[in-house]
Ligand binder design. Structure first.
Ligand code: NAD
Ligand code: MG
Length: 409
C-alpha cells in the first residue's frame, strides 16, 4: 500500500467497529485512526481511545461525552471529545480522513455515511440501512464526489469480489445473469412454525454462525436481514429485482455468488468472520492479513442449499414487495422493522408479530417519491409513528384479551 490511510470508524464500539479496529491493529504501518464514535458506551470508547489514540472521539449522548472527556483528561490523552449527531458528520468529512467505516446500526447511520459519500471518501459501508432508505441519493453522491464505495456486508463483499474489476454498474455488459445472496436461515430455520410465537430475544440473538449486534441478529432470525440485503444489492450493483435471488446455505461458507450467462458461477468462500470483508475493503485494491483462521474444506465436508420457506420468513416477501413498490416503501419497511425489533428486544412484541407490524405499516403509510434526504427522514418519521400506533393498539387489545381470559376462568 502506498501511503498510510487515515481512518474514521463510525460505530467503533459495535461488532463491526471492533472487528475493524482488530484488523487495523494488525497493520500499524498502514492505518492511523483519526476518529472513533459511539452512542452511549463510555467505558468501551475510552478503552479504544487509550489503545488507538484518535484525534477525536464522538459520543452521541451529551452526558456520555462529559464523562468521556473527564476520563480522557485524567489519562492525559490528547483526544478531543465531541458530542451529538453533527459531530458524527464532522468526523466523517475531515480533510485529513481518507477512509470512513460506516458501522452505526439503523437509519441513525445514514447522515454521517452520506456526508462521507458527499465528501468523496473511501466509504466502507456496513450500514445497509443507508442504501435501503436512500439508495439512489447515496449512489448519486458517490458518483458526483468521485468517492469509492466498498461493501462490508459479507454477501455484497463476496459479490464485489466475484464481479470483474471493470464492472462499473452495467451487469449485462459484463455477462452477469443473476446475483445469488446466500442466507444461513438463522437460528429458527428448522424450529416448528407453531413455536415461533414464543421465542425469546435471547434465542433470536443466538445466531448459529455469526456473532453480531442484537438488531442484525434479530433481522437474521426473521430473514428481514436478507430482505434488506436484496434492496442493498439492488443499489450497489444496479441490479433489477428479478435478477437478485436468495438461497439458504446453512453453513455460511459461501458468502454469495455471481452467475454468468455462460453457466459459470463465481463464489467467494471463507470462514464466517467479518474481518475478511473488512480487511478486503481496508486494503483495497491490495490484500492484507485479516487475522482469521483459514477455511479447511476437508473439515467442512459438505455444503447444503435450499429455497427459503416463505411461510416461515414472511419478512423476506415484505422486503421484495417494498423494493417493487419503490419510492418511500423501503424506508417504511426499514422504519417499521427498527421499531418492531426494538420492541421485540424489550419484550413488548412477540417474534411472529414483527412481520405483522411491518405489513400493517406498509399497507397504511402512503408510498411517496423520494428525491431528497428530507423526504427519506419524513417517510421514516411517518412510518415510525404508524408502527408505534400499531403497538399501542396491539397493547390495548392484548390487555382486553388478558382481561377477557381472566374473566372467563
Ligand atoms: P452494533 O449494535 O454491534 O453496533 C452499533 C454501533 O453503532 C455501536 O458502536 C453504537 O454505539 C453505535 N450506535 C448505535 N446507535 C447509534 C446512534 N443512534 N447514533 C450513533 N451511533 C449509534 O451493530 P453491528 O452488528 O456492528 O452492525 C452495524 C451495522 O453493520 C448495521 O447496519 C448492520 O446491519 C451492519 N452489519 C453488521 C454485521 C455484523 O457482523 N455485525 C454484518 C453485516 C452488516
Ligand atoms: Mg450480511
Amino acid at each position: 500500500m502506498r501511503k498510510v490511510q487515515h481512518v474514521t470508524v463510525l460505530g467503533a464500539t459495535g461488532s463491526v467497529g471492533l472487528n475493524t479496529l482488530d484488523v487495523i491493529s494488525r497493520h500499524p504501518d498502514k492505518f492511523e485512526v483519526v476518529a472513533l464514535t459511539a452512542n452511549r458506551n463510555v467505558d468501551s470508547l475510552f478503552g479504544l481511545c487509550v489503545k488507538f489514540r484518535p484525534t477525536y472521539a464522538v459520543m452521541l449522548d451529551a452526558g456520555g461525552a462529559e464523562r468521556l472527556r473527564r476520563r480522557v483528561t485524567e489519562a492525559a490523552l490528547a483526544t478531543e471529545v465531541l458530542c451529538g449527531a453533527g459531530a458524527l458528520e464532522e468526523v466523517a468529512t475531515l480533510p485529513q480522513v481518507d477512509t470512513v467505516m460506516a458501522a452505526i446500526v439503523g437509519i441513525a447511520g445514514l447522515r454521517p455515511a452520506l456526508a462521507a459519500a458527499r465528501a468523496g471518501k473511501k466509504i466502507l459501508l456496513a450500514n445497509k440501512e443507508s442504501l435501503v432508505t436512500a439508495g439512489a441519493i447515496f449512489i448519486d453522491a458517490v458518483k458526483r464526489s468521485g468517492g469509492v464505495l466498498l461493501p462490508i456486508d459479507s454477501e455484497h463483499n463476496a459479490i464485489f469480489q466475484a464481479l470483474p474489476r471493470r464492472f462499473t454498474g452495467d451487469l449485462g455488459a459484463v455477462g452477469v445473469r443473476r446475483i445469488l445472496l446466500t442466507a444461513s436461515g438463522g437460528p429458527f430455520r428448522t424450529t416448528p412454525l407453531e413455536d415461533l410465537e414464543q421465542v425469546t430475544p435471547q434465542q433470536a440473538c443466538a445466531h448459529p454462525n455469526w456473532i453480531m449486534g442484537r438488531k442484525i441478529s434479530v433481522d437474521s432470525a426473521t430473514m428481514m436481514n436478507k430482505g434488506l440485503e436484496v434492496i442493498e444489492a439492488r443499489w450497489l450493483f444496479n441490479a433489477g429485482e428479478p435478477c437478485i435471488k436468495v438461497v439458504i446455505h446453512p453453513e455460511s461458507v459461501i458468502h454469495s455468488l455471481v452467475e454468468y450467462i455462460d453457466g459459470s458461477m463465481i463464489a467467494q468462500l471463507g470462514n464466517p468472520d467479518m474481518r475478511t470483508p473488512i480487511a478486503y475493503a481496508l486494503g483495497y485494491p491490495e490484500r492484507i492479513d485479516a487475522g482469521t483462521d483459514f477455511l479447511d474444506l476437508a473439515r467442512v465436508r459438505a455444503l447444503h442449499f435450499e429455497e427459503p420457506d416463505h411461510r416461515r420468513f414472511p419478512c423476506l416477501d415484505l422486503a421484495y414487495q417494498a423494493l417493487r413498490a419503490g419510492g418511500s416503501a423501503p424506508t417504511s419497511l426499514n422504519a417499521a422493522n427498527e421499531v418492531a425489533v426494538a420492541s421485540f428486544l424489550e419484550g413488548r412484541l412477540r417474534f411472529s408479530d414483527i412481520a405483522r407490524l411491518i405489513e400493517s405499516v406498509l399497507g397504511r403509510v402512503a408510498c411517496t417519491t423520494i428525491t431528497t434526504i428530507e423526504d427519506v427522514l419524513a417517510a421514516d418519521r411517518k412510518s415510525r409513528l404508524c408502527a408505534e400506533e400499531w403497538l399501542r393498539k396491539a397493547g390495548s387489545d392484548a390487555t382486553v384479551e388478558a382481561k377477557m381470559s381472566y374473566a372467563g376462568r
